[in-house]
Design a protein around this ligand. Structure first.
Ligand SMILES: CC(=O)SCCNC(=O)CCNC(=O)[C@H](O)C(C)(C)COP(=O)(O)OP(=O)(O)OC[C@H]1O[C@@H](n2cnc3c(N)ncnc32)[C@H](O)[C@@H]1OP(=O)(O)O
Ligand SMILES: CC(C)C(=O)C(=O)O
Length: 601
C-alpha cells in the first residue's frame, strides 16, 4: 500500500503491525510473495522492430544536441505539490543561467498558475533574446485557443501539441482507430496554424508529439508525423519539431535507437524537421536511450534536471550533459555550481537528489574504501603534471563542478592509509612517510572501528596531533642547543623536565640527531637509535615552518614514530626524537582513548 500523505490508519483501532519506511507503509503481517513465478503469463515481451542495416552502433557523439528543459512542464506535472508562479519563475531563471535556450514553461490551458507564469514571463520581459519558451497543449480547439491567448506579445514560442496514437490508447482511451487518432493530429495542427497566424507578431515554431511513440508501430507513427508536417508545411528555413517520446520506456535502449533511426531515415521532408526525443526512465535506462537515440539521428533531447518527471522521471539532463563533458565535448550547459543547482532543485520540487546520483549526489566524488583512496591519492599526486585528467575512480575533476576535494576521501573502518594520509595532508599539510602512514592509519582505524563512525578531517588532525605532537611526558622538551653542527663530532644539549625535575642531557655523535639519541640513551640506560628520518617544510606563514618524522628504536622494542615541528629543522628533528621516545615509554593507549573521545564528540 502506498501512502503519500497520512500515517497508516487502522479502522479497528488496534495497533497495526505496520511501519512507515520513507513514504511507503510496510505491512509486516503480510509478507507473502505477490510476484508470479511465470511472468510470461502476464507480461508480453516487447517486439523490436526489424532494422538489420542499422547504422547507429557505428556513430559517435561529438557535439551537444539541442537541449530542451521540460522541468516546468513534465517535471512540474509530476510533483506532489506543483510549483507556484514565483517558484516557477525562480526555476526558469536558474535554467537560463545554466544555459538552456529552449524551456517548456507549462501547460497554460490547464491552470491559472501556468497561464500566469507565461504572462509574467512575457509582460515582465524575463525571457532573454536567445531563449525560446515552449508550451504544451492537447489537440483540442478550446485548449489551443487559450494557449495561444496566453502567449500574446511573446517574441518567439515553440507551441507543442500532442495526442496519443499508440494501440493501447486507440483501443482503451479513444475507442478509435488509426484514422481517428491521425485525424485528431491533423485537425489540431490546422487549429494551431490558424490561431497562431492570427498573432503574427510572434515567431511560431510548431512541435508535434505522437504520444507513446515508444509503443506505436513505426510505420503508423511516420504516417501521422508526415500528415502533421503536410498540414504545417515546414521548410528547411522554418523547420518544425517532431518529438518522439518514450512516454513509457518499453524496451532496451538499442530498440529505442532502432525506432529513432527508422524514423530518421523514413520521415518525409527530413531537412525541414528537427527530430527530438523525450525519453522517460521506467526501466532505468533513459540516459542510455537518449544517448543512443542521438547516435541514431535525433537532433534534440527533452528532459529534466536530476531526472524529475512522471513516475520514474524524464531523462536526466545533468547526467547527459556531464557524460558529454567527461568525453571532452562541450555540453553547452554550465553545471559549475552543481551544489547550488541541486539545492534550488530540492527546494522548489521538494524532492531529494539521491546521494549517489551521477555527478551531483553528495557521495559521488567520495571514496571510503582503502584501495580506492590509495589510488585516488596517487592519482592526485601525478595529476599536477598531467595534461589529461587521469585520477582513478573519478570520471571528472570535482573542482570543475565546484565540488571540493575535501569530500573526495572520507574515512571509516573500510579505509586505509591512503585515505587517512590524504586527508591529513589536505587539512594540515603533513606528508607522512609510508611507514608512518601505516602506523597512524591503524590508530585511526581502531577509533573508527570502536565508534562505528566516520572520522572526519578535523578528527584526523587532532588524532594525529594528540598521538604524535602532544606527547610531553616523561620527557617534557624545553630547549636544545647544538655545538659544532657542521663537523662529524657534534654535541647536542637537551633541556627538559623529567619527573617534574629540570634535567640537562648531553650527547656526542656524528650529527645533531645522533648526538641527541646518545644523550637520551645515557639518561635512560637503554640504547636509543634513529631507524629512519624524513622532513619537509610546512606551508608559508606557518609558525612551525618545518616538520620532522623520526622513526625511533629504544632497546629491543619495535620502532615507533615521533613527529616534531619547529621553525628550525634541527630542533624539529630533536623534538620528533623525544616525542617518539615518549610514545614508546608511555605506550599508545592514552592517546587512543583521548582521540576516540574527540572522534565521537
Ligand atoms: C504524457 C504527458 O505528459 S501529456 C501531458 C499531460 N499533462 C497534463 O495532463 C497536465 C495538465 N492537464 C490538465 O490539467 C487537464 O488534462 C486539462 C485541463 C488539460 C484538460 O482537462 P479535462 O478537460 O478535464 O480533460 P482530461 O484531461 O480528463 O481529458 C480527457 C479528454 O481529453 C481527450 N484528450 C486527452 N488528451 C488529448 C489530446 N492530447 N488531444 C486531444 N484530446 C485529448 C481524452 O480523450 C478525453 O476525451 P473525452 O472527455 O471525450 O473522453
Ligand atoms: C507530451 C509528451 C511529449 C510527453 O510528455 C510524453 O509523451 O511523455
Amino acid at each position: 500500500m502506498v501512502d503519500f500523505r497520512s500515517p497508516p490508519v487502522n479502522p479497528t483501532g488496534n495497533v497495526s503491525n505496520s511501519r512507515k519506511v520513507s513514504q511507503l507503509t510496510i505491512d509486516d503481517d503480510n509478507q507473502e510473495s505477490t510476484m508470479i513465478t511465470n511472468p510470461a503469463q502476464k507480461y508480453r515481451r516487447f517486439e523490436p522492430i526489424q532494422l538489420t542495416d542499422r547504422q547507429w552502433p557505428n556513430a559517435t557523439l561529438d557535439k551537444a544536441p539541442i537541449w530542451m528543459s521540460t522541468d516546468l512542464r513534465d517535471g512540474n506535472q509530476a510533483l506532489i505539490d506543483p510549483m507556484s508562479v514565483d517558484t516557477k519563475l525562480r526555476y526558469f531563471d536558474e535554467l537560463v543561467k545554466i544555459g538552456f535556450k529552449e524551456i517548456e514553461v507549462g501547460f497554460p490551458s490547464a491552470s491559472e498558475t501556468d497561464f500566469n507564469v507565461v504572462r509574467r514571463l512575457i509582460e515582465e520581459n524575463r525571457i532573454p533574446d536567445d531563449v525560446t519558451i515552449e508550451v504544451l497543449t492537447q489537440a483540442r480547439e478550446d485548449l489551443i485557443a487559450r494557449t495561444v491567448a496566453s502567449l500574446k506579445g511573446a517574441r518567439r514560442v515553440i507551441l507543442h501539441m500532442y495526442n496519443p496514437i499508440s494501440p493501447t490508447f486507440r483501443e482503451v482511451v479513444y475507442k478509435s482507430d488509426k484514422a481517428g487518432v491521425k485525424a485528431i493530429a491533423e485537425r489540431g495542427t490546422r487549429w494551431v496554424k490558424e490561431m497562431t497566424a492570427a498573432q503574427p507578431e510572434t515567431e511560431w515554431v510548431y512541435q508535434y508529439s505522437p504520444e507513446v511513440f515508444s509503443s506505436t508501430e513505426v510505420e503508423f507513427a511516420k504516417e501521422v508525423c508526415d500528415a502533421v508536417s503536410a498540414v504545417w508545411q515546414p521548410t528547411p528555413e522554418h523547420k518544425m519539431i517532431l518529438n518522439l517520446p518514450a512516454t513509457v520506456e518499453m524496451s532496451t535502449p538499442n530498440t529505442y535507437a532502432d525506432q529513432i533511426e527508422w524514423m530518421h531515415r523514413n520521415l518525409n521532408n527530413r531537412d525541414s524537421i528537427i527530430l527530438s526525443v523525450h525519453p522517460h526512465n521506467d526501466r532505468g535506462t533513459a540516459v542510455a536511450a537518449a544517448e543512443l537515440a542521438v547516435m541514431a539521428g535525433a537532433d534534440r533531447v527533452e528532459g529534466c534536471l536530476f531526472g524529475n518527471g512522471e513516475r520514474t522521471g524524464n531523462v536526466d539532463l545533468v547526467t547527459l550533459a556531464l557524460n558529454l563533458y567527461s568525453q571532452g565535448i562541450n555540453p553547452e550547459l554550465d553545471f559549475s555550481h552543481i551544489d547550488q543547482i541541486r539545492q534550488m532543485y530540492e527546494e522548489t520540487t521538494q524532492l531529494p537528489v539521491h546521494p549517489r546520483h551521477p555527478y551531483a549526489g553528495e557521495l559521488v566524488f567520495t571514496a571510503f574504501s582503502g584501495s580506492h583512496q590509495d589510488a585516488i591519492k596517487k592519482g592526485f599526486a601525478v595529476q599536477t603534471n598531467a595534461i589529461y585528467w587521469q585520477v582513478p575512480y573519478l570520471p571528472i575533476d570535482p573542482a570543475d563542478l565546484n565540488r571540493s576535494y575535501d569530500a573526495v576521501v572520507r574515512v571509516n573502518s573500510q579505509s586505509g592509509k591512503g585515505g587517512v594520509s590524504f586527508l591529513l595532508q589536505q587539512a594540515a599539510g603533513f606528508e607522512l612517510p609510508r611507514r608512518l602512514q601505516i602506523e597512524f592509519s591503524k590508530i585511526v582505524q581502531k577509533v573508527s572501528d570502536e565508534t562505528s563512525k566516520e572520522v572526519n578531517s578535523s578528527n584526523i588532525v587532532s588524532l594525529f596531533e594528540s598521538s604524535y605532537l602532544q606527547v610531553a611526558a616523561p620527557y617534557n622538551y624545553m630547549s636544545s642547543h647544538v655545538i659544532d653542527e657542521e663537523t662529524s663530532n657534534v654535541i647536542t644539549k637537551i633541556v627538559a623536565n623529567y619527573d617534574e625535575q629540570r634535567i640537562e642531557l648531553h650527547g656526542q655523535g656524528n650529527g645533531p640527531l645522533d648526538a641527541a639519541a646518545k644523550a637520551i640513551s645515557q639518561h635512560l640506560g637503554v640504547t636509543v637509535t634513529v631507524a629512519d628520518y624524513h622532513e619537509h617544510g610546512m606551508s608559508a606563514g606557518s609558525d612551525a615552518a618545518a616538520v620532522s618524522y623520526v622513526e625511533v628504536k629504544v632497546g629491543d622494542n619495535d620502532t615507533v614514530f615521533g613527529v616534531g615541528q619547529d621553525k628550525n629543522i634541527t630542533t624539529a628533528a630533536i623534538k620528533a626524537l623525544i616525542n617518539g621516545v615518549n610514545r614508546l615509554l608511555i605506550g599508545h593507549a592514552p592517546e587512543l582513548a583521548t582521540a576516540k573521545q574527540e572522534a565521537v564528540s
